[in-house]
Design a protein around this ligand. Sequence first.
Ligand SMILES: Nc1ncnc2c1ncn2[C@@H]1O[C@H](COP(=O)(O)OP(=O)(O)OP(=O)(O)O)[C@@H](O)[C@H]1O
Length: 810
Amino acid sequence: MGSISGDSTVDLDGQDSNAHEEKIFVAVRLRPLNERELSKNDVSEWECINSTTILFKNTLQERTMLPTAYTFDRVFRSDASTKQVYEEAAKKIALSVLSGMNSTIFAYGQTSSGKTYTMSGITEYTIADIYDYINMHREREFVLKFSAMEIYNESVRDLLVLDGAPLRLLDDPEVIIELRERTVVDKLTEVTLTDSNHLHELLSVCEAQRQIGETTLNELSSRSHQILRLTVESETREYVGAENTSTLTASVNFVDLAGSERASQTLSAGTRLKEGCHINRSLLTLGTVIRKLSPAHGHLEQSRNTLLFASCAKQVSTNAQVNVVMSEKALVKQLQKELARLENELRSLSSLANSCGSSSALKEKELLIEKMDKEIRELTHQRDLAQSRVEDMLRSGGEYQASKSWQDRRSVPENNEEQFLSDDTLSRLYIDKYFGPDPCQGWEKIAQENNKNFEDNCKEVQCIEIDFTKQNVISSAPSPQKGDNVSGKSPCSLDNDAYFTKRETISSAPSPQKGDNVSEQSPCSSDNDSSQPSVNVARSQSCAAILTTLMKSPSSEEAEESENTSQDEADNQEKVSNVEKVASIGNLCREDSQNSDSSDCLNDEDQIIMTFGKDRTNKQQEARVKEHNEMIEIKPVKQIECNLDMGDEKTPKKPEETADVDSDKTQDTKQSASDWQAEFERQKRKIIELWDACHIPLRESSRPGKRNAEQANAQEILCKGKRSSIREVGHRRKVETEKAPTMPSLWTDTTNMEHMNESASIVAKLVGFKEPGRPRKKCSVSASYRQQQVVQLETQFATHDVIRFLLDSV
Ligand SMILES: Nc1ncnc2c1ncn2[C@@H]1O[C@H](COP(=O)(O)OP(=O)(O)OP(=O)(O)O)[C@@H](O)[C@H]1O
């Protein structure tokens, strides 16, 4: 017989504070020989030599290797009563149920060894003792429940139900938790006992219900394993219904195993044999379990097997705990506490998971940030590169735009250039369109480009017609047509001597149409119109007419054909000589230099046409024009020079009168040569004044006008550039020569020609201008520096031209 239980105290938390490991209590009881055995003169081979040891007598002198003495927790001789067995081996364990500890008392042994006999006695004593305990502990309220089942042929049956169907074994975790049992027999009847008698009645039912069969060894052999369960619930009566009260709940199981048997011994067959098989199989399994749980053999052999089983069971350790069943309120509280604990664990797990997740996310973000940083660096690099390109483009674009803007205004197709030179209307439109209403700007631009070819230009007969105007009359005033001038209305076209002596008055008043201009409008009248407040500057109509007309002049062609080469060369030399002379002394060819009216006209500031240069013959003039045209073809605009025609526009002459007039003019020109110098000086002063009046930046004076902000700004920049350039040049010269005089004031008095000439000379020297009739002086500064300064100064076209003009006139 074995029992499993434990002693402990109980706390409300359901935790057995005194739970401890213990072994299965194993006791051995010897049954006395029954009548049948006594009849056969069987003898007992076992002898309890003390309360714990049983000895194999081995009267048969069997040679066996099995041990001869067994020691258990308790051994009972055959004369020991069931009461003694109960008291000494089972009571303590059985009554542990009262203290809330589960316990099981089971009997293991061969058939007819007295298991049922003993277990029945122990159950009765236990019940009795329990009720005695209940009766002794009135302070507590006890509830006893009883259930009974058997395992017959591997089927579970409810012994409290008549002819009940086999029951199922449940291992549902929820049910297990709810019932606090490891294995639940489904629908097993559990009867709450009212008293001990009630239990006894039930025990009677169970005995009646149990499968009992007759065998050769036992008339009332139990053919099943019987399990009687008595559950005891108890709580202190005083706290019944209270929140924190608890209930002790425990069960004590009384297991009467079917006895192992040998079929040869029991001579069983049929059902008994089958039952025996199931019994042996189950017991074998139990034995295996015991052996597994422990580190641990007819009649003799079976007894040995039982002892061996017991020995093994003896070594099985158990850990009994008190089962505490709390009240609902206490259970709720405990469950709440448990829930809080689980929630904390869940939060911990969530936090850990989040931590892991956060770590992963952080890593991803770091990678993303790193990638973005790389992209930013690349984009920054690209941006800087693009910015640099944009700046370069802007710089070049600004230059391009400036030049393009200027070119757009300035550039005219070459054929247009010819038209410009030959078509007065186009020329005016050209000036108006490309030079703008501000004559300074247009003139400055022309001069700027002209400066680039300054040296060459000095040798060329250049023509520019300047129309100073404040009212932009030119642009609006219809101009004589090209054909009119070519056809003979231009005095220049017919004037062999005064190649550039054609002076044509351009009035701000509506100009007559071709023919009219020549035949009806008197330049003098226009020139004398002092009411005209404007000073018009425009490309010379006459000059353009001359250039184009001469190329097509039949007279010139005939003259060219009639001259031989030598004569041409001579004429050319003479031409060059004349040009140089003109360039050097600034002779003014004036169509009507002898005409006092023209002088009067020259005094008029309204319109002035200036002409430099002089040819004396048609051939020379023609060659000159040809040369000039070639020059213009190459540098059509750049070579435009100031051609100041001081003469008045006479009333247009008829073609037939032209030859005579030309002849007279030539003679007159020769005769008035002596007066040129004086006239030139006067005109020069006038021009200077006009420049100054037109705010051509001879000096830093302001002139009210209609310049827009852009023009004013440009003008200011140019003036600053001029000052800085002059200062820079002066400074460099001073540094390099250490002998440079103090820079005098320049361009401060436009009425003082001596001062103006001096200013021009100084600036010319500074920038290395070629003086008339001399090769360009070599500067003491480096070529690059000089070039730089020249370029800077040359951008100051107005000053540039003044210098050139003055130098040319010196
Ligand atoms: N200690 C004992 N003193 C007097 N008689 C006993 C004792 N033990 C058993 N007996 C008697 O022995 C016979 C068999 O007993 P029991 O039925 O209890 O054996 P068993 O182990 O349960 O057998 P089975 O396994 O076949 O059910 C019964 O008649 C019983 O009265």
